[in-house]
Ligand binder design. Sequence first.
Ligand code: NAD
Length: 479
Amino acid sequence: MRTPSEQIEQDPRKKTLVILGTGWGSVSLLKKIDTENYNVIVVSPRNYFLFTPLLPSCTTGTIEHRSIMEPIRNILRHKGAQVKYYEAECTKIDYARKVVVINDESEIKGATSATEVPFDMLVVGVGAENATFGIPGVREHGLFLKEVGDAQAIRKRIMDCVETASFKDQSDEERKRLLHMVVVGGGPTGVEFAGELQDFFAQDLKTWIPDIADHFHVTLVEALPNVLPMFSKQLIDYTESTFKEESITIQTKTMVKNVTDKYIEAESTGPDGKKKLEQIPYGLLVWATGNALRPVVKDLMSQIPAQKDSRRGLAVNEYLVVKGCENVWAIGDCAIANYAPTAQVASQEGAFLARLFNSLAKTQEINEKLAELSETQAVAKPEERTEIFNEIKDLQKRLRRVKQIGPFEYSHQGSLAYIGSEKAVADVSWLRGNFASGGTWTYLFWKSAYLSMCFSTRNRILVCVDWIKSSIFGRDVSR
Ligand code: NAD
Protein backbone atom coordinates (compact mmCIF):
# COMPACT_ATOMS: atom_id res chain seq x y z
CA MET A 1 0.00 0.00 0.00
CA ARG A 2 1.29 3.48 -0.85
CA THR A 3 0.50 6.66 1.03
CA PRO A 4 -1.22 9.32 -1.13
CA SER A 5 2.02 11.31 -1.44
CA GLU A 6 3.89 8.25 -2.77
CA GLN A 7 1.35 7.56 -5.48
CA ILE A 8 2.10 8.02 -9.14
CA GLU A 9 0.92 11.24 -10.83
CA GLN A 10 -1.83 11.01 -13.44
CA ASP A 11 -0.46 10.26 -16.89
CA PRO A 12 -1.67 12.40 -19.84
CA ARG A 13 -1.14 9.44 -22.23
CA LYS A 14 -3.71 7.33 -20.41
CA LYS A 15 -7.45 7.54 -20.84
CA THR A 16 -9.43 9.42 -18.22
CA LEU A 17 -12.04 7.28 -16.57
CA VAL A 18 -14.59 9.24 -14.55
CA ILE A 19 -16.65 7.28 -12.04
CA LEU A 20 -19.76 8.96 -10.65
CA GLY A 21 -20.87 7.81 -7.22
CA THR A 22 -19.44 6.00 -4.20
CA GLY A 23 -22.20 3.44 -3.69
CA TRP A 24 -22.22 -0.32 -4.15
CA GLY A 25 -21.56 -0.32 -7.91
CA SER A 26 -18.84 2.33 -8.05
CA VAL A 27 -16.95 1.08 -5.00
CA SER A 28 -17.01 -2.50 -6.22
CA LEU A 29 -15.54 -1.27 -9.55
CA LEU A 30 -12.91 0.79 -7.73
CA LYS A 31 -11.90 -2.13 -5.56
CA LYS A 32 -11.13 -4.41 -8.51
CA ILE A 33 -9.94 -2.09 -11.26
CA ASP A 34 -6.23 -1.83 -11.97
CA THR A 35 -5.88 1.94 -11.66
CA GLU A 36 -2.41 1.87 -13.29
CA ASN A 37 -4.18 1.61 -16.65
CA TYR A 38 -6.34 4.72 -16.46
CA ASN A 39 -6.43 8.19 -14.94
CA VAL A 40 -9.28 7.52 -12.57
CA ILE A 41 -11.40 10.38 -11.22
CA VAL A 42 -14.18 9.69 -8.72
CA VAL A 43 -16.92 12.26 -8.18
CA SER A 44 -19.50 11.91 -5.43
CA PRO A 45 -21.11 14.20 -2.83
CA ARG A 46 -20.63 11.42 -0.28
CA ASN A 47 -16.99 10.88 0.66
CA TYR A 48 -17.65 7.44 2.10
CA PHE A 49 -19.14 4.11 1.19
CA LEU A 50 -22.24 3.24 3.21
CA PHE A 51 -23.13 -0.35 4.02
CA THR A 52 -26.86 0.23 3.43
CA PRO A 53 -28.21 -3.19 4.53
CA LEU A 54 -27.53 -2.22 8.14
CA LEU A 55 -28.89 1.34 7.87
CA PRO A 56 -32.29 0.45 9.46
CA SER A 57 -30.33 -0.61 12.59
CA CYS A 58 -28.88 2.93 12.83
CA THR A 59 -32.33 4.49 13.20
CA THR A 60 -32.72 2.99 16.65
CA GLY A 61 -29.09 3.08 17.73
CA THR A 62 -28.55 -0.70 17.58
CA ILE A 63 -25.61 0.18 15.36
CA GLU A 64 -23.74 3.49 15.25
CA HIS A 65 -23.71 4.98 11.77
CA ARG A 66 -19.90 5.39 11.67
CA SER A 67 -19.56 1.63 12.04
CA ILE A 68 -21.04 1.11 8.57
CA MET A 69 -19.20 3.95 6.83
CA GLU A 70 -15.87 3.51 5.06
CA PRO A 71 -14.04 6.70 3.99
CA ILE A 72 -13.50 6.80 0.25
CA ARG A 73 -9.97 8.13 0.89
CA ASN A 74 -9.25 4.92 2.75
CA ILE A 75 -10.47 2.86 -0.20
CA LEU A 76 -8.39 4.88 -2.67
CA ARG A 77 -5.27 4.62 -0.48
CA HIS A 78 -5.09 0.94 -1.40
CA LYS A 79 -4.90 1.64 -5.12
CA GLY A 80 -1.55 1.53 -6.91
CA ALA A 81 -1.81 4.65 -9.03
CA GLN A 82 -3.17 7.98 -8.02
CA VAL A 83 -6.92 8.24 -8.15
CA LYS A 84 -8.46 11.68 -7.81
CA TYR A 85 -11.54 12.18 -5.73
CA TYR A 86 -13.75 15.27 -5.83
CA GLU A 87 -16.45 15.70 -3.21
CA ALA A 88 -19.12 17.15 -5.44
CA GLU A 89 -22.44 16.38 -7.04
CA CYS A 90 -22.50 15.79 -10.75
CA THR A 91 -25.31 18.06 -11.93
CA LYS A 92 -24.97 17.46 -15.66
CA ILE A 93 -23.45 14.93 -18.00
CA ASP A 94 -22.78 16.66 -21.30
CA TYR A 95 -22.49 13.66 -23.56
CA ALA A 96 -21.74 15.59 -26.78
CA ARG A 97 -18.85 17.52 -25.16
CA LYS A 98 -17.69 14.52 -23.07
CA VAL A 99 -17.62 16.49 -19.82
CA VAL A 100 -19.41 16.25 -16.51
CA VAL A 101 -20.41 19.39 -14.64
CA ILE A 102 -19.71 19.06 -10.94
CA ASN A 103 -20.84 21.21 -8.01
CA ASP A 104 -19.36 21.32 -4.55
CA GLU A 105 -22.44 21.45 -2.37
CA SER A 106 -20.56 21.76 0.93
CA GLU A 107 -21.35 24.65 3.26
CA ILE A 108 -17.76 25.89 3.16
CA LYS A 109 -17.36 27.31 -0.28
CA GLY A 110 -13.92 27.64 -1.82
CA ALA A 111 -13.13 29.98 -4.72
CA THR A 112 -14.28 27.24 -7.08
CA SER A 113 -17.48 25.43 -6.31
CA ALA A 114 -18.62 24.46 -9.81
CA THR A 115 -16.46 23.18 -12.63
CA GLU A 116 -16.24 20.69 -15.48
CA VAL A 117 -14.35 17.40 -15.68
CA PRO A 118 -13.64 15.97 -19.14
CA PHE A 119 -13.78 12.21 -19.63
CA ASP A 120 -12.78 9.59 -22.19
CA MET A 121 -14.75 6.91 -20.38
CA LEU A 122 -17.61 7.46 -17.94
CA VAL A 123 -19.28 5.15 -15.45
CA VAL A 124 -22.60 6.42 -14.10
CA GLY A 125 -23.24 4.91 -10.68
CA VAL A 126 -25.23 7.69 -9.06
CA GLY A 127 -28.01 5.50 -7.66
CA ALA A 128 -31.58 6.69 -7.35
CA GLU A 129 -33.62 9.01 -5.19
CA ASN A 130 -36.69 8.26 -3.11
CA ALA A 131 -39.88 7.72 -5.05
CA THR A 132 -42.81 9.81 -3.83
CA PHE A 133 -44.97 9.45 -6.97
CA GLY A 134 -45.78 13.16 -6.59
CA ILE A 135 -47.98 12.42 -3.59
CA PRO A 136 -48.59 15.77 -1.85
CA GLY A 137 -46.97 16.32 1.54
CA VAL A 138 -44.54 13.37 1.43
CA ARG A 139 -41.37 15.45 1.00
CA GLU A 140 -42.49 18.01 3.60
CA HIS A 141 -43.65 15.66 6.34
CA GLY A 142 -42.22 12.21 5.66
CA LEU A 143 -38.74 10.91 6.44
CA PHE A 144 -36.79 8.63 4.11
CA LEU A 145 -34.29 5.89 4.78
CA LYS A 146 -31.48 6.06 2.24
CA GLU A 147 -28.63 8.01 3.79
CA VAL A 148 -26.96 8.39 7.18
CA GLY A 149 -28.67 11.79 7.64
CA ASP A 150 -32.06 10.10 7.11
CA ALA A 151 -31.36 7.54 9.85
CA GLN A 152 -30.29 10.33 12.21
CA ALA A 153 -33.42 12.35 11.42
CA ILE A 154 -35.62 9.31 12.10
CA ARG A 155 -33.92 8.65 15.41
CA LYS A 156 -34.37 12.27 16.47
CA ARG A 157 -38.02 12.18 15.44
CA ILE A 158 -38.71 8.94 17.37
CA MET A 159 -37.29 10.46 20.54
CA ASP A 160 -39.10 13.79 19.93
CA CYS A 161 -42.40 11.94 19.60
CA VAL A 162 -41.75 9.83 22.69
CA GLU A 163 -40.67 12.76 24.89
CA THR A 164 -43.45 15.07 23.69
CA ALA A 165 -46.02 12.30 24.24
CA SER A 166 -44.88 12.03 27.87
CA PHE A 167 -45.08 15.79 28.42
CA LYS A 168 -47.16 16.97 31.37
CA ASP A 169 -50.91 17.29 30.65
CA GLN A 170 -50.60 15.92 27.11
CA SER A 171 -54.07 14.94 25.88
CA ASP A 172 -54.71 11.25 25.31
CA GLU A 173 -55.62 11.82 21.69
CA GLU A 174 -52.40 13.74 21.00
CA ARG A 175 -50.33 11.16 22.89
CA LYS A 176 -51.84 8.41 20.76
CA ARG A 177 -51.11 10.33 17.57
CA LEU A 178 -47.52 11.11 18.53
CA LEU A 179 -46.84 7.48 19.36
CA HIS A 180 -48.30 6.16 16.14
CA MET A 181 -45.31 5.27 13.98
CA VAL A 182 -46.36 4.79 10.37
CA VAL A 183 -44.14 3.16 7.75
CA VAL A 184 -45.33 3.39 4.14
CA GLY A 185 -44.02 0.73 1.75
CA GLY A 186 -43.89 -2.99 2.49
CA GLY A 187 -40.65 -3.69 0.60
CA PRO A 188 -37.58 -4.85 2.54
CA THR A 189 -36.72 -1.29 3.67
CA GLY A 190 -40.14 -0.73 5.26
CA VAL A 191 -40.30 -4.21 6.80
CA GLU A 192 -36.78 -4.05 8.28
CA PHE A 193 -37.36 -0.60 9.72
CA ALA A 194 -40.72 -1.57 11.24
CA GLY A 195 -39.06 -4.60 12.87
CA GLU A 196 -36.17 -2.55 14.27
CA LEU A 197 -38.53 0.12 15.61
CA GLN A 198 -40.73 -2.39 17.39
CA ASP A 199 -37.57 -3.96 18.92
CA PHE A 200 -36.50 -0.53 20.18
CA PHE A 201 -39.85 -0.08 21.84
CA ALA A 202 -40.15 -3.59 23.28
CA GLN A 203 -36.56 -3.90 24.48
CA ASP A 204 -35.71 -0.36 25.60
CA LEU A 205 -38.25 2.46 25.31
CA LYS A 206 -40.96 0.59 27.24
CA THR A 207 -38.59 0.05 30.15
CA TRP A 208 -37.14 3.55 30.27
CA ILE A 209 -40.33 5.49 29.56
CA PRO A 210 -43.21 3.31 30.86
CA ASP A 211 -45.75 6.15 30.31
CA ILE A 212 -45.76 5.45 26.57
CA ALA A 213 -46.26 1.69 26.83
CA ASP A 214 -50.01 1.70 26.18
CA HIS A 215 -49.99 3.89 23.12
CA PHE A 216 -46.78 3.17 21.17
CA HIS A 217 -47.80 1.46 17.96
CA VAL A 218 -46.16 0.64 14.63
CA THR A 219 -48.24 0.37 11.44
CA LEU A 220 -46.91 -0.74 8.06
CA VAL A 221 -48.95 0.49 5.11
CA GLU A 222 -48.65 -1.29 1.77
CA ALA A 223 -50.57 -0.74 -1.47
CA LEU A 224 -50.27 -4.37 -2.66
CA PRO A 225 -52.08 -7.37 -1.10
CA ASN A 226 -48.91 -8.45 0.75
CA VAL A 227 -45.53 -7.24 1.98
CA LEU A 228 -42.12 -8.40 0.70
CA PRO A 229 -43.31 -9.33 -2.80
CA MET A 230 -39.83 -10.58 -3.80
CA PHE A 231 -39.89 -13.34 -1.16
CA SER A 232 -41.62 -16.71 -1.41
CA LYS A 233 -45.22 -17.08 -0.22
CA GLN A 234 -44.16 -19.10 2.81
CA LEU A 235 -41.82 -16.31 4.01
CA ILE A 236 -44.41 -13.62 3.35
CA ASP A 237 -46.83 -15.53 5.58
CA TYR A 238 -44.12 -16.01 8.19
CA THR A 239 -43.29 -12.28 8.20
CA GLU A 240 -46.96 -11.34 8.50
CA SER A 241 -47.54 -13.73 11.41
CA THR A 242 -44.34 -12.58 13.17
CA PHE A 243 -45.46 -8.96 12.84
CA LYS A 244 -48.81 -9.94 14.33
CA GLU A 245 -47.04 -11.50 17.34
CA GLU A 246 -44.89 -8.38 17.69
CA SER A 247 -48.10 -6.24 17.60
CA ILE A 248 -47.09 -4.47 14.38
CA THR A 249 -50.19 -3.75 12.29
CA ILE A 250 -49.88 -4.47 8.59
CA GLN A 251 -52.40 -2.58 6.48
CA THR A 252 -52.22 -4.04 2.99
CA LYS A 253 -54.23 -2.95 -0.07
CA THR A 254 -53.92 0.56 1.30
CA MET A 255 -52.60 3.27 -0.98
CA VAL A 256 -51.48 6.56 0.57
CA LYS A 257 -52.80 9.48 -1.47
CA ASN A 258 -52.00 12.54 0.62
CA VAL A 259 -49.92 13.50 3.64
CA THR A 260 -50.49 16.38 6.05
CA ASP A 261 -48.42 17.29 9.11
CA LYS A 262 -50.61 15.20 11.43
CA TYR A 263 -52.28 12.48 9.38
CA ILE A 264 -52.03 10.53 6.17
CA GLU A 265 -54.98 10.00 3.84
CA ALA A 266 -55.13 6.55 2.38
CA GLU A 267 -57.49 4.59 0.17
CA SER A 268 -57.99 1.02 1.31
CA THR A 269 -59.71 -1.77 -0.56
CA GLY A 270 -61.88 -4.04 1.57
CA PRO A 271 -62.39 -7.80 1.05
CA ASP A 272 -65.57 -6.97 -0.91
CA GLY A 273 -63.52 -4.82 -3.30
CA LYS A 274 -65.07 -1.61 -1.99
CA LYS A 275 -62.73 1.36 -1.64
CA LYS A 276 -62.70 3.48 1.48
CA LEU A 277 -60.84 6.69 2.29
CA GLU A 278 -59.39 6.96 5.77
CA GLN A 279 -57.31 9.41 7.77
CA ILE A 280 -54.50 7.89 9.80
CA PRO A 281 -52.97 10.17 12.46
CA TYR A 282 -49.21 9.76 12.93
CA GLY A 283 -46.27 11.08 14.92
CA LEU A 284 -43.52 9.59 12.74
CA LEU A 285 -43.91 8.84 9.04
CA VAL A 286 -41.21 6.87 7.28
CA TRP A 287 -41.63 6.73 3.52
CA ALA A 288 -40.07 3.64 1.91
CA THR A 289 -41.78 3.18 -1.44
CA GLY A 290 -38.73 2.46 -3.58
CA ASN A 291 -36.59 4.29 -6.12
CA ALA A 292 -37.01 7.13 -8.62
CA LEU A 293 -34.67 8.59 -11.25
CA ARG A 294 -32.24 11.33 -10.27
CA PRO A 295 -32.47 14.56 -12.32
CA VAL A 296 -28.92 14.13 -13.69
CA VAL A 297 -29.90 10.72 -15.10
CA LYS A 298 -33.16 12.06 -16.55
CA ASP A 299 -31.18 14.84 -18.20
CA LEU A 300 -28.68 12.41 -19.75
CA MET A 301 -31.56 10.30 -21.05
CA SER A 302 -33.08 13.38 -22.70
CA GLN A 303 -29.81 13.89 -24.66
CA ILE A 304 -29.78 10.36 -26.12
CA PRO A 305 -32.51 9.46 -28.66
CA ALA A 306 -32.03 5.72 -27.94
CA GLN A 307 -33.12 6.32 -24.32
CA LYS A 308 -36.41 7.93 -25.38
CA ASP A 309 -38.59 4.96 -24.43
CA SER A 310 -36.78 4.15 -21.21
CA ARG A 311 -38.73 5.19 -18.10
CA ARG A 312 -37.19 3.60 -15.04
CA GLY A 313 -33.50 4.28 -15.69
CA LEU A 314 -30.66 4.21 -18.20
CA ALA A 315 -31.18 1.34 -20.63
CA VAL A 316 -27.91 -0.58 -20.98
CA ASN A 317 -26.73 -3.40 -23.24
CA GLU A 318 -25.32 -6.73 -22.02
CA TYR A 319 -21.93 -5.08 -21.39
CA LEU A 320 -23.63 -2.35 -19.32
CA VAL A 321 -22.91 0.26 -22.02
CA VAL A 322 -25.60 2.95 -22.00
CA LYS A 323 -27.65 2.35 -25.15
CA GLY A 324 -27.06 5.04 -27.77
CA CYS A 325 -23.74 6.09 -26.16
CA GLU A 326 -20.10 5.25 -26.68
CA ASN A 327 -17.75 4.84 -23.72
CA VAL A 328 -20.49 5.48 -21.17
CA TRP A 329 -21.53 2.68 -18.81
CA ALA A 330 -24.23 2.63 -16.13
CA ILE A 331 -24.36 0.44 -13.02
CA GLY A 332 -26.53 0.07 -9.93
CA ASP A 333 -29.91 1.64 -9.27
CA CYS A 334 -29.65 4.23 -12.10
CA ALA A 335 -29.44 1.50 -14.76
CA ILE A 336 -32.22 -0.82 -15.79
CA ALA A 337 -31.18 -4.40 -15.45
CA ASN A 338 -33.57 -7.33 -15.63
CA TYR A 339 -33.34 -7.67 -11.86
CA ALA A 340 -34.54 -5.77 -8.80
CA PRO A 341 -32.28 -2.80 -8.02
CA THR A 342 -30.33 -4.28 -5.12
CA ALA A 343 -26.87 -3.85 -3.61
CA GLN A 344 -26.02 -7.36 -4.82
CA VAL A 345 -26.75 -6.47 -8.46
CA ALA A 346 -24.84 -3.16 -8.27
CA SER A 347 -21.85 -4.80 -6.68
CA GLN A 348 -21.66 -7.56 -9.31
CA GLU A 349 -22.04 -4.98 -12.09
CA GLY A 350 -19.15 -2.93 -10.65
CA ALA A 351 -16.92 -6.00 -10.42
CA PHE A 352 -17.84 -6.93 -14.01
CA LEU A 353 -16.82 -3.49 -15.32
CA ALA A 354 -13.51 -3.71 -13.45
CA ARG A 355 -12.74 -7.03 -15.18
CA LEU A 356 -13.82 -5.58 -18.52
CA PHE A 357 -11.68 -2.44 -18.15
CA ASN A 358 -8.66 -4.43 -16.94
CA SER A 359 -8.96 -6.72 -19.93
CA LEU A 360 -9.45 -3.82 -22.39
CA ALA A 361 -6.32 -2.10 -21.06
CA LYS A 362 -4.23 -5.25 -21.29
CA THR A 363 -5.43 -5.97 -24.84
CA GLN A 364 -4.63 -2.43 -25.89
CA GLU A 365 -1.17 -2.56 -24.31
CA ILE A 366 -0.26 -5.81 -26.10
CA ASN A 367 -1.64 -4.56 -29.42
CA GLU A 368 0.45 -1.39 -29.16
CA LYS A 369 3.59 -3.45 -28.42
CA LEU A 370 2.81 -5.75 -31.36
CA ALA A 371 2.44 -2.80 -33.72
CA GLU A 372 5.76 -1.38 -32.49
CA LEU A 373 7.55 -4.73 -32.96
CA SER A 374 6.14 -5.21 -36.47
CA GLU A 375 7.55 -1.83 -37.45
CA THR A 376 10.94 -2.68 -35.92
CA GLN A 377 10.92 -6.07 -37.61
CA ALA A 378 10.40 -4.51 -41.03
CA VAL A 379 13.61 -2.48 -40.77
CA ALA A 380 15.64 -4.89 -38.61
CA LYS A 381 18.88 -6.60 -39.64
CA PRO A 382 18.39 -10.30 -40.62
CA GLU A 383 20.22 -11.57 -37.47
CA GLU A 384 17.79 -9.56 -35.21
CA ARG A 385 14.66 -10.76 -36.96
CA THR A 386 14.43 -14.18 -35.28
CA GLU A 387 14.53 -12.59 -31.83
CA ILE A 388 11.80 -10.09 -32.78
CA PHE A 389 9.77 -12.88 -34.38
CA ASN A 390 9.89 -14.86 -31.10
CA GLU A 391 8.88 -11.79 -29.12
CA ILE A 392 5.89 -11.27 -31.42
CA LYS A 393 4.88 -14.91 -30.98
CA ASP A 394 5.09 -14.54 -27.20
CA LEU A 395 2.94 -11.44 -27.27
CA GLN A 396 0.38 -13.11 -29.51
CA LYS A 397 0.21 -15.97 -27.03
CA ARG A 398 -0.31 -13.48 -24.19
CA LEU A 399 -3.05 -11.74 -26.18
CA ARG A 400 -4.90 -15.04 -26.56
CA ARG A 401 -4.53 -15.63 -22.82
CA VAL A 402 -6.11 -12.25 -21.89
CA LYS A 403 -9.53 -13.38 -20.83
CA GLN A 404 -12.19 -12.44 -23.30
CA ILE A 405 -14.96 -11.05 -21.18
CA GLY A 406 -18.43 -12.31 -22.02
CA PRO A 407 -21.61 -10.34 -21.36
CA PHE A 408 -22.64 -9.50 -17.80
CA GLU A 409 -24.52 -12.25 -16.05
CA TYR A 410 -26.05 -11.73 -12.64
CA SER A 411 -25.72 -14.53 -10.14
CA HIS A 412 -28.47 -14.24 -7.54
CA GLN A 413 -27.25 -15.35 -4.13
CA GLY A 414 -30.60 -14.81 -2.43
CA SER A 415 -32.58 -12.28 -0.42
CA LEU A 416 -32.37 -11.61 3.28
CA ALA A 417 -34.42 -9.38 5.55
CA TYR A 418 -34.57 -8.76 9.29
CA ILE A 419 -38.15 -8.80 10.58
CA GLY A 420 -37.68 -7.91 14.26
CA SER A 421 -37.64 -9.83 17.57
CA GLU A 422 -34.39 -11.51 16.53
CA LYS A 423 -35.92 -13.21 13.51
CA ALA A 424 -35.05 -12.91 9.84
CA VAL A 425 -36.24 -14.36 6.55
CA ALA A 426 -33.96 -15.73 3.83
CA ASP A 427 -34.55 -16.96 0.31
CA VAL A 428 -31.14 -18.33 -0.58
CA SER A 429 -29.94 -19.85 -3.84
CA TRP A 430 -27.42 -22.57 -3.17
CA LEU A 431 -26.13 -25.49 -5.23
CA ARG A 432 -28.73 -24.88 -7.94
CA GLY A 433 -31.53 -25.04 -5.38
CA ASN A 434 -33.58 -22.43 -3.53
CA PHE A 435 -33.95 -22.54 0.21
CA ALA A 436 -36.46 -20.53 2.17
CA SER A 437 -36.10 -20.13 5.90
CA GLY A 438 -37.31 -17.86 8.66
CA GLY A 439 -36.68 -17.55 12.39
CA THR A 440 -33.93 -17.20 14.94
CA TRP A 441 -31.38 -19.39 13.12
CA THR A 442 -31.99 -17.35 10.01
CA TYR A 443 -31.37 -14.24 12.12
CA LEU A 444 -27.94 -15.64 13.07
CA PHE A 445 -27.32 -16.40 9.39
CA TRP A 446 -28.46 -12.83 8.51
CA LYS A 447 -26.02 -11.44 11.09
CA SER A 448 -23.07 -13.49 9.89
CA ALA A 449 -23.85 -12.86 6.20
CA TYR A 450 -24.03 -9.09 6.70
CA LEU A 451 -20.94 -9.13 8.87
CA SER A 452 -18.96 -10.94 6.20
CA MET A 453 -20.24 -8.49 3.57
CA CYS A 454 -19.10 -5.41 5.54
CA PHE A 455 -16.52 -3.39 3.68
CA SER A 456 -13.53 -3.78 5.98
CA THR A 457 -12.30 -5.58 9.07
CA ARG A 458 -12.60 -2.24 10.88
CA ASN A 459 -16.32 -2.11 9.96
CA ARG A 460 -16.80 -5.72 11.06
CA ILE A 461 -15.23 -5.10 14.46
CA LEU A 462 -17.23 -1.90 14.99
CA VAL A 463 -20.53 -3.59 14.07
CA CYS A 464 -19.78 -6.53 16.41
CA VAL A 465 -18.93 -4.14 19.24
CA ASP A 466 -22.20 -2.22 18.62
CA TRP A 467 -24.22 -5.45 18.73
CA ILE A 468 -22.55 -6.51 21.98
CA LYS A 469 -22.93 -3.01 23.46
CA SER A 470 -26.64 -2.76 22.72
CA SER A 471 -27.34 -6.28 23.95
CA ILE A 472 -25.56 -5.65 27.29
CA PHE A 473 -26.48 -2.03 28.01
CA GLY A 474 -29.55 -1.62 25.81
CA ARG A 475 -29.90 1.09 23.18
CA ASP A 476 -29.20 4.69 24.03
CA VAL A 477 -32.51 6.54 24.48
CA SER A 478 -31.03 10.04 24.38
CA ARG A 479 -31.68 12.18 21.34
P1 NAD B 1 -39.64 -1.56 -2.86
O1 NAD B 1 -39.77 -0.98 -4.21
O2 NAD B 1 -39.10 -2.91 -2.70
O3 NAD B 1 -41.06 -1.53 -2.11
C1 NAD B 1 -41.86 -0.37 -2.04
C2 NAD B 1 -43.29 -0.76 -1.70
O4 NAD B 1 -44.04 0.43 -1.50
C3 NAD B 1 -43.99 -1.54 -2.81
O5 NAD B 1 -44.39 -2.80 -2.31
C4 NAD B 1 -45.16 -0.66 -3.20
O6 NAD B 1 -46.31 -1.41 -3.48
C5 NAD B 1 -45.35 0.21 -1.98
N1 NAD B 1 -45.97 1.51 -2.27
C6 NAD B 1 -45.66 2.36 -3.27
N2 NAD B 1 -46.44 3.45 -3.22
C7 NAD B 1 -47.25 3.32 -2.17
C8 NAD B 1 -48.27 4.13 -1.60
N3 NAD B 1 -48.59 5.31 -2.09
N4 NAD B 1 -48.93 3.66 -0.51
C9 NAD B 1 -48.61 2.48 0.03
N5 NAD B 1 -47.64 1.67 -0.46
C10 NAD B 1 -46.96 2.08 -1.55
O7 NAD B 1 -38.78 -0.47 -2.01
P2 NAD B 1 -37.61 -0.64 -0.97
O8 NAD B 1 -37.99 -1.52 0.15
O9 NAD B 1 -37.16 0.75 -0.65
O10 NAD B 1 -36.47 -1.35 -1.79
C11 NAD B 1 -35.88 -0.75 -2.93
C12 NAD B 1 -35.00 -1.78 -3.63
O11 NAD B 1 -33.90 -2.13 -2.78
C13 NAD B 1 -35.75 -3.08 -3.93
O12 NAD B 1 -35.32 -3.58 -5.13
C14 NAD B 1 -35.34 -3.99 -2.79
O13 NAD B 1 -35.34 -5.34 -3.17
C15 NAD B 1 -33.94 -3.51 -2.48
N6 NAD B 1 -33.65 -3.71 -1.04
C16 NAD B 1 -33.36 -4.98 -0.63
C17 NAD B 1 -33.12 -5.21 0.72
C18 NAD B 1 -32.82 -6.61 1.18
O14 NAD B 1 -32.70 -7.50 0.35
N7 NAD B 1 -32.74 -6.85 2.47
C19 NAD B 1 -33.21 -4.17 1.66
C20 NAD B 1 -33.54 -2.89 1.20
C21 NAD B 1 -33.76 -2.68 -0.16
